[in-house]
Design a protein around this ligand. Structure first.
Ligand SMILES: [Zn+2]
Ligand SMILES: [Zn+2]
Length: 255
């Protein structure tokens, strides 16, 4: 499995892009950094996007992607998300007010986007991968994802505060080769992290105590808020957690 980190930040700043992972060149997890990271040709090859939740830093680029690839693709791009995410995108984003409804453009028979509702803890298949969505703890309905190609299994936390069910499901797997987990704010901003549904390095360290594969699995940190980047990175490295490092933007992880 190949994972390309198109955007690894919890907000946008010069050269720092919001969350998007590209798996095996074909599947995107979230849409925070599609159009500023990929060539037009690469964008036209995308057929599937999973949205973990409706926050702008995770969905914004579906709007600009649609505009770039219209007329360049014989098939529609399928956007997967929970019922809440799909309804929110439909009602509040691609709603013919903020941006066009690309499920009817250029035609209802052959639109740019199709929506596909996914259910929590109901595994589905896409791009030869099995995907398990699991609810995490964030102010809007959010799913972490466990992605497996039959040999390699990888877990993505999405945006979350301390959570339980995600770890229960992750720990039920035979092995987890890599965990991609968020950390957003420095530890002194724990209150802010709690109300906004995120982790600090101190909270991360407690969360990882629940992870059965700690020490065996590789751990990659992402979603740091750029305004606090240096401080958060310093605090994370001080934790001394084995096999853990901070994910770099544009890096390609082969597992
Ligand atoms: Zn986010
Ligand atoms: Zn969020």
């Amino acid at each position: 499995m190949e994972i390309r980190a198109l955007g690894v930040y919890g907000n946008q700043l010069l050269r720092k892009r919001t969350t998007t992972f590209m798996i095996n060149h074909t599947l995107l997890i979230d849409a925070g950094a599609i159009t500023a990271s990929l060539t037009l040709k690469e964008q036209a090859e995308i057929n599937n996007i999973i949205l973990t939740h409706s926050h702008a830093d995770h969905i914004k680029d579906i709007a600009f992607l649609a505009d770039n690839v219209i007329g360049r693709k014989p098939v529609s791009i399928t956007i997967y998300g929970s019922e809440t995410v799909i309804n929110d995108v439909r009602e509040h984003y691609l709603n013919d007010k903020i941006w066009p409804d690309f499920t009817i453009i250029p035609s209802t028979q052959n639109p740019v986007f199709k929506y596909e509702v996914i259910e929590v803890e109901k595994e589905f298949s896409v791009c030869n991968l099995k995907i398990m969505p699991v609810r995490v703890n964030h102010p809007v309905f959010t799913t972490g994802l466990i992605v497996s190609d039959g040999k390699v299994t990888v877990a993505f936390s999405s945006d979350t505060s301390p959570t339980e069910r995600f770890w229960e499901v992750v720990n039920s797997y035979r092995k987890i080769d890599a965990l991609f987990i968020e950390t957003s704010f420095p530890s002194e901003l724990e209150k802010l992290a709690e109300v906004s549904g995120h982790l600090t390095p101190a909270m991360l360290s407690k969360e990882l105590e629940k992870f059965r594969f700690l020490g065996k699995s590789r751990i990659f940190i992402y979603h740091i808020k750029p305004a606090f980047e240096r401080k958060v990175k310093r605090e994370i490295m001080k934790l001394g957690i084995p096999n853990l490092r901070i994910l770099r933007q544009n890096e390609i992880i082969k597992l």
